[in-house]
Design a binder for this molecule. Structure first.
Ligand code: NAI
Ligand code: MG
Length: 475
């Protein structure tokens, strides 16, 4: 085994202010309330900054600013809106190293991922939807589709800036204005994005950022001046939002949890499949709604796949997310760590067998080792509930029909993966899997041109691609 020398990314490039206000009407303003919250680096528990927790009155100001801006923004020709969105995309590229460092500090994800996955996808999303802004009449929604108005958007902490891009880019391209609330544990890149809006000379009020927790999110989605609600997060909160929006004229899209099956057939290229299993569940510490958290492996190759998987997991490096060699970073919060621990303990007490590689855990911060459960039954909580952590539940199957039945035996339906050398089997499986995305011989691949979204309790509506425009147009 080689020893790796430390390869830390420098944090010199980011300038974190000690405290932040709200971004409303193109200006930084103080909250009307007194509540503040410290955002920390989950890898060290160091306080990074203090942010305001917006009150109902703050949310009202932001919605009013967005309403005011809507009149002129929606009246601009699409080609003019495109110029602003292209400018935002280019600034994101120019500042990508700074944004990647900031994301890693606030979220705990490895710098390698924020630098090589999150940031390129964020820029790509803005470039892609900038390209649509003057072509909406050709998107299949009528000759002159109209925007909805003010979009209230609530996003989670697992891909903070990427989820912002998924929400804001199509909204602006279609001529809407937005009020966005980032998650309480990861507000910093959204606040940096507010600065980027200023740098791009985006007209005041087109983008407003209000920080806060669930109450702020609820005030936003319940505000009568909001025409469209977009939410990514837990199924529990998604359900509450669906209930509160029902009966109003608000349009709603929900992107919720998942419990995806990653299905490996005996004829698959097994070494490649092992890499796909690792990427499927250990990417971003498993804080991924479409994570391949249930491995379904054909019984005839189960031992071989598990041996190879365990060997591979023993080479993963857990630790300082700012180190460029790190594979597994910190768990985003103490609360999420407690949830992962609780479900893992349930796995043991329900009779599954737990395995983790020997792996030193840092003293400070929130950490969980990569974990594999074998002997998992479909009734176990670890096979049914979203753990949202680096924990894989392994089940076996004998026939393709059994694989389909087990894969679909979940209230969720966001994604699935199929590993086989047979093209016909890929198509046969994709036809039968009840999931919004089916990856074949790959996993966790994203592209702004490709629609993403769920079946069943994973939510409704699509983000990305031409389909993603529909959520922001009056169609
Ligand atoms: P959450 O659903 O509470 O938080 C997501 C966002 O919703 C945050 O911005 C939060 O402030 C906001 N929010 C909370 N309550 C709200 C309300 N009543 N009205 C409007 N907005 C509200 O999720 P949390 O607690 O961070 O994570 C719990 C579990 O949810 C995770 O363990 C995971 O299983 C799942 N989750 C799924 C995500 C996904 O990408 N599908 C993302 C984050 C969490
Ligand atoms: Mg944080």
């Amino acid at each position: 085994m080689f020893e790796y020398a430390p390869a830390p990314e420098s944090r010199e490039i980011v300038d974190i202010k000690p405290s932040y206000g709200l971004f409303i009407g193109g200006e930084w303003v103080d909250s009307l309330g007194e509540d503040h919250h410290k955002t920390i680096n989950p890898a060290s528990e160091e306080v990074l900054a203090e942010v305001a927790w917006a009150t109902e009155a703050d949310v009202d100001r932001a919605v009013q600013a967005a309403r005011k801006a809507f009149a002129t923004w929606s009246a601009l020709p699409g080609s003019e809106r495109a110029k602003y969105i292209f400018r935002i995309a280019r600034i994101i590229q120019e500042r990508s190293r700074e944004l990647a460092v900031l994301e890693t500090l606030d979220n705990g994800k490895p710098i390698r991922e924020s630098r090589d996955v999150d940031l390129p996808l964020v820029a790509a999303h803005f470039f892609y939807y900038a390209g649509w802004a003057d072509k909406l009449g050709y998107a299949g929604f009528g000759a002159d589709p109209r925007p909805l108005g003010v979009a209230g958007q609530v996003i989670p902490w697992n891909f903070p800036l990427l989820m912002l891009a998924w929400k804001i880019a199509p909204a602006l391209a279609c001529g809407n204005t937005v009020v966005l609330k980032p998650a309480e544990t990861t507000p910093l890149t959204a606040l940096a994005f507010a600065e980027i809006c200023r740098q791009a000379d985006l007209p005041p009020g087109v983008v407003n950022i209000v920080t806060g927790a669930g109450e702020t999110g609820a005030a936003l989605v319940n505000h009568p001046g909001v025409d469209k609600v977009a939410f990514t997060g837990s199924t529990e909160v998604g359900r509450m939002i669906a209930r509160s929006v029902a009966g109003t004229r608000k349009k709603l899209t929900l992107e919720l949890g998942g419990k995806a099956a990653n299905i490996v057939f005996e004829d698959a290229a097994l070494d490649q499949a092992v890499e796909g299993i690792v990427n499927g569940i250990f990417f971003n510490q498993g804080h991924v709604c479409c994570a391949g958290s249930r491995l379904l492996v054909q019984e005839s190759v189960a031992d071989e796949v598990l041996d190879a998987l365990k060997r591979r997991l023993s080479t993963l490096r857990l630790g300082d997310p700012m180190d460029k060699n790190t594979d597994i970073g910190a768990i985003n919060s103490a609360a999420q760590l407690a949830k992962i621990r609780e479900l893992s303990e349930a796995g043991v007490s329900e009779g599954a067998e737990r395995w983790s590689p020997a792996c030193p855990i840092p003293d400070r911060g929130f950490w969980f080792p990569p974990t594999v459960f074998t002997g998992v039954a479909q009734s176990h909580r670890i096979a049914r509930e979203e753990i949202f952590g680096p924990v894989l539940s392994v089940l076996t199957f004998r026939t393709p029909a059994e694989a389909v039945e087990k894969a679909n035996n979940t209230p969720y339906g966001l994604s699935a993966g199929v590993w086989t050398e047979k093209g016909s089997r890929i198509l046969w499986m994709a036809d039968r899997l009840r999931a919004g995305v089916v990856w074949a011989n790959t996993f966790n691949r994203f592209d702004p041109t490709s629609p993403f979204g769920g079946f069943k309790e994973s939510g409704y509506g699509r983000e990305g691609g031409r389909h993603g425009l529909e959520a922001y147009l009056a169609v």
